[in-house]
Design a protein around this ligand. Sequence first.
Ligand code: DHE
Length: 486
Amino acid sequence: MKRLWLVPLLWASAAHGATDAAADYQQHCQSCHGVNRVGSSGPALLPESLGRIKPAEIRQVIEHGRPASQMAAFAPLLTAQQIDALVSFLQQPPATPATWNEQDIRSSHRQLADLSQLPSTPQHHADPLNLFVVVESGDHHITILDGDRFEVLDRFASHFAVHGGPKFSPDGRFVYFASRDGWISLYDLHNLKLIAEVRAGLNTRNLAVSKDGRWVLVGNYLPGNLVVLDARDLSLVKTLPTHSRVSAVYTAPPRNSFIVALKDVNEVWELSYAAPTPNFEPRRIQAQDVLDDFSFSPDYRQLLATSRKAGGGQVIDLDSGKVVTDIALSGMPHLGSGTYWQRNGQWVFATPNISKGQISVLDLKTWKLIKEIPTLGPGFFMRSHSHSRYVWSDVFFAPGNDAIHLIDKQTLEIAHTLRPMPGKTAAHVEFTQDGRYLLLSIWDREGALIVYDSQTLQEVKRLPMNKPSGKYNVGNKIEFAEGTSH
Ligand code: DHE
């Protein structure tokens, strides 16, 4: 008999907690984080948006706020139980599923400047092809840097959590950003001005720009779809449902197409933009596994993807759609960060591994493993330049992540290990267009961008920055240069 009483009591108290949290959300959070938690002036608070944050951190932010942001501390207003209830409430999907349709995309579009009224030549004295775009993830800002003098030309607020590399128009004048919250922004590097923005989804992965500069493709987790935008002003062209979360989108310049990685189905999609008015109908390449982290051969004929079934990586020929080979790679390769170079007249490809402290080096013709280079710990990013003797590779996931390895591209040995700021994570490098200098990030709120001479390895300059995550050189990016990310 007692049990019969206990169950309804527990149920009633759980239901009461949920109702309280919903009411607390409405009262304290909704004005900034939006109706149904889809975001407004503050970021979206959906499970897809919060998945990367531990519950303890969510709790900490509610209690104490976020420095240098509008997020206030709620500890004085809410009890510990109310905060606990809010933390679990935010990790559950909303009672009414969050949606974002074509009308929402159109309504979110904002034209911030009239391009036709702006000069079409650079309105600054820096070399437009040697600018750097730096994402400062600590306080969600973008810095534009003169790549010759290493001086700041502009710094502006981005949307919450820009992720993936910003992508450029083929002439290097425009740069496009994607935030995890779905906002796509268009910025003019000649006039140092934001031109337009649009919210393409509620939870976005990344974007790609077509080789001809006409289209921007956005890949979303929520809703699971692709969004095609007009690259001139980010107006909506088309949405394509994928019936799967989209892991990432890439442009394949020699193929005049976009390649799409899908998270929930065994398919890779190719969307041609070769026609004067493309219809973006996908060519579906059937795969034997979910393939969601890619790298490409330099000619974009072959795709190298992580595959659990293949025990590491799988190579797909993009023309035939057939599997070329499986590659056993035991350390969970992070292929998207891989890089290639010439060694003894042959192309080699190297990738860091997320679960093992080793760099895997492959022959790009035979796809045979040449060497596994032991490192101080699992890494995330690798970078080089055709004029650099070394590949720079971090140890992102290890306790000693203040170290960065310089791997000799010919001997495949670690030639140097630097510790630019002991105790602070050193990661992500990008070279100047001529390869003479390189910029390295210290991923800390009191971090820095450190400029090195790539030959002497001497530090040339240190610019204090707020967790500078990635940095991207315009010239290297628009040339799809060897050694950088594409
Ligand atoms: Fe990234 C690029 C996926 C977590 C920083 N990341 C990419 C790309 C993909 C990807 C597919 C290439 C897209 C592009 O450049 O257009 N990233 C993923 C994940 O699946 C993962 C592991 C989990 C997730 O939730 O997304 C993940 N990434 C992170 C982070 O936690 C990092 C370190 C911090 C952050 O900003 O979120 C991070 N990812 C980056 C950066 C790039 C990136 C800086 C661009 C690299 C480049 O040099 O081009």
